[in-house]
Design a protein around this ligand. Structure first.
Ligand SMILES: Cc1cc2nc3c(=O)[nH]c(=O)nc-3n(C[C@H](O)[C@H](O)[C@H](O)COP(=O)(O)OP(=O)(O)OC[C@H]3O[C@@H](n4cnc5c(N)ncnc54)[C@H](O)[C@@H]3O)c2cc1C
Length: 383
């Protein structure tokens, strides 16, 4: 009899976590197979450092050295998933699994907004972040817009951090008075899933720095030639447009009938199992409803915790046991505001009747803690 296999699709934060944790928990004979379309892992969460010029590119490492021993890495594109049979068509052939883990993340889809690719610098893409840095360094007057195209998007704090860091950079260069800086978003408040109190604190920080804030603004199109952006309700001119593009679930997920009317993959919020037994989904591609009517934010901290939950329970199942742990929905994030300071939000997102999240004002201590957290992510590359 052959030993059971676990097939993990996607080797980002969640997929890598599942693979490494499973390898640590399963006997050597059990196969742990990890598939990704890239040969190199790039930590896009460091794009803000690229934008400010602190780094020239996001940190990266080849999977051949990142994944530990005993994990079979396959460099391939996932083309089609049959969740009933736990069979996956890839660019290098068909793979079959005893347990299947879907960790393909969210795809960026700038094409949904006409003119985005030509007119906006994509903050969520390493080249885009580099271009923002280049354009900011030569900017001494005009209008800078940070624009969120659609919800949901990865890391709800990141575009706000981008605005604070741009504000700080321009102040450091003594040109902030000549530059108008605005954030446009379809949200009704920043970091909405974390609740009104957290959002209000972020708005106060924006106002205190003279950053204009326009909520409930859904972008319709961008005219790169006229440097103008049209929203449903009005329009705005820009010299530099820093954009967060729309996100969609990867095509392979949509094609497999795994997504629901939200466009994302529904799962049991405590076990991350889909409606197909033995098929788990986690990370940015799942929709986990919260008791305030919103959804769990797309964030690496959740992706990693979900990964640990899934791996622990799969390992128990394959060794004849019962599920051992549940996903608790605890999360935190730092909000960089420039000047070596960061705010801090943390809480329990699955609480009833609403997530319980607290916000702590920006301080140097929180910025240092963010540095330590970032270093821990870099450990992924230093195995
Ligand atoms: C600028 C920025 C800052 C951020 N800052 C933070 C932060 O401070 N804290 C935090 O918690 N989170 C942060 N995040 C969010 C975090 O990066 C994501 O939530 C996290 O990466 C999600 O993990 P994942 O495993 O679901 O997806 P990913 O990490 O995106 O991994 C998905 C993997 O699937 C692969 N893949 C996709 N489709 C296919 C296919 N068809 N075939 C084969 N492989 C495929 C991809 O190549 C990728 O490796 C930030 C994100 C950005 C963009």
């Amino acid at each position: 009899m052959t030993e059971p296999s676990v097939l993990i699709l996607g080797a980002g934060y969640s997929g890598l976590t599942v693979a490494m944790e499973l390898r640590a928990r399963l006997p050597a004979g059990h196969r742990v197979i990890l598939v990704d379309r890239h040969e190199v892992l790039r930590l896009c969460a460091f794009n803000l450092d690229v934008m400010t010029g602190k780094r020239s590119s996001p940190p990266e490492g080849r999977y051949s050295s990142v994944v530990g021993e005993g994990i079979e890495f396959i460099h391939a594109d996932v083309l089609h998933i049959d969740p009933k049979r736990r069979t996956v068509e890839t660019s290098v052939g068909t793979l079959v699994a005893d347990q299947l883990v879907l960790a393909l993340g969210a795809e960026l889809d700038p094409g949904q907004v006409p003119g985005f690719s030509e007119g906006a610098c994509n903050l969520y893409d390493a080249d885009g972040a580099k271009e923002i840095q280049r354009r900011l360094s030569g900017l001494s007057q005009g209008q800078v817009i940070v624009m969120i195209s659609r919800t949901p998007f990865k890391c709800p704090a990141a575009p706000y951090e981008a605005a604070f860091l741009i504000d700080y950079l321009l102040r450091s260069r003594g040109v902030r008075n000549q530059v108008s800086l605005s954030v446009y978003t379809p949200e009704w408040q920043p970091m909405a899933a974390a609740g009104e109190a957290v959002g209000n604190e972020v708005v106060k920080l924006l106002v205190s720095r003279g950053i204009n804030y326009y909520t409930e603004h859904m972008v319709l199109k961008i005219d790169p030639g006229k440097r103008k952006v049209w929203f449903e309700v009005d329009d705005a001119d820009f010299d530099l447009l820093v954009g967060v593009p729309p996100h969609v679930a990867p095509a392979a997920m949509r094609g497999a009938g795994l997504t629901d009317s939200t466009g994302w993959v529904p799962v049991n919020p405590r076990t991350l199992e889909t409606r197909f037994p033995g098929v788990f989904a986690l990370g940015d591609l799942v929709s986990i409803p919260l008791h305030n009517g919103l959804f769990l934010p797309m964030a690496g901290v959740f992706a990693v915790q979900e990964g640990l939950t899934v791996a622990t329970n799969i390992a128990a199942r394959l060794q004849g046991g019962e599920p051992e742990v549940e996903f608790e929905g605890e999360g935190f994030c730092y909000l960089e505001v420039g000047g070596d300071e960061a705010g801090f939000a943390a809480g329990r997102f699955l609480e009833k009747p609403a997530p319980q999240v607290r916000f702590e004002a920006p301080s140097r201590e929180h910025r240092e803690a963010k540095g330590a957290f970032s270093d821990s992510l870099l450990q992924l590359l230093r195995r």
